[in-house]
Design a protein around this ligand. Structure first.
Ligand SMILES: N[C@@H](CCC(=O)N[C@@H](CS)C(=O)NCC(=O)O)C(=O)O
Length: 206
């Protein structure tokens, strides 16, 4: 049985939980806030969530965990069989994760935790967010799924990264990063009803 460590409020914890459900794997949730305590660092060296435990061994980073889960339980496949297309899915994930979500995250302390970030941080975040979205726009397909005709890992990253990034962006800049991207908005609505994601979101609200 796999242990999933973290908190339900985390978007990457939620993403990883949705993947475990999608793959039909047995797992248990273990509440573990992000700390710099030794027991947490042993599971996740930056102290972040999520991490997983497998027979006493640990792994952090959602993308690493996703790669592991996809090999552990190949069906349903979340990466295309074609090597180039599989690489393109990971490329899309990298841009969504690094150039949109991680950029918006710079303002997370002010947007969600009552702290303040500098004006310079706000300025560069807004500018870089627009640049990141323009980059994603060039490669995201949304017909009907993020990377094309099949549901892939990129859909899970789209749902959980755009969700957080847009919440931050709207709060900080009154900027809806999905405005004008009707196809991405439609994708987000479709994914919200996808069974594994819907279950994660329902558990979170319970
Ligand atoms: N690259 C990591 C990011 C994980 C991450 O940013 N986790 C956040 C919660 S969603 C966290 O633990 N933040 C607390 C901290 O940075 O100390 C992944 O994909 O798993």
């Amino acid at each position: 049985m796999i242990q999933l460590y973290g908190l339900r409020l985390s978007n990457y914890y939620s993403l990883t939980k949705a993947l475990l459900i999608e793959k039909g794997l047995e797992f248990e949730e273990v509440k573990a806030p992000p700390t710099q305590e030794e027991d947490n660092l042993a599971r996740t060296p930056m102290g972040k969530m999520p991490s997983i435990g497998v027979d006493g061994r640990f792994m952090s980073e959602s993308l690493a965990i996703a790669a592991y889960l996809d090999r552990l339980q190949p069906e349903p496949a979340l990466l295309p069989a074609d090597p180039f297309e599989a690489g393109k899915v990971v490329e899309l994930i990298c841009h969504i994760k690094l150039d949109v979500e991680l950029v918006a995250r710079r303002c997370l302390p002010e947007a969600m935790f009552g702290q303040t970030v500098t004006d310079e941080t706000k300025e560069t975040t807004e500018k870089d967010l627009k640049k990141g979205m323009a980059a994603v726009r060039r490669i995201i397909v949304c017909d009907p799924y993020a990377a094309g005709s099949e549901l892939t890992l990129a859909d899970f990253y789209a749902f959980y990264c755009f969700g957080l990034a847009n919440a931050i962006s709207q709060k900080m800049f009154e900027l809806d990063i999905l405005a004008g991207h009707d196809d991405i908005q439609a994708l987000m609505a479709r994914l919200a009803e996808h069974p594994s994601i819907a279950r994660v979101e329902a558990d979170k609200a319970a």
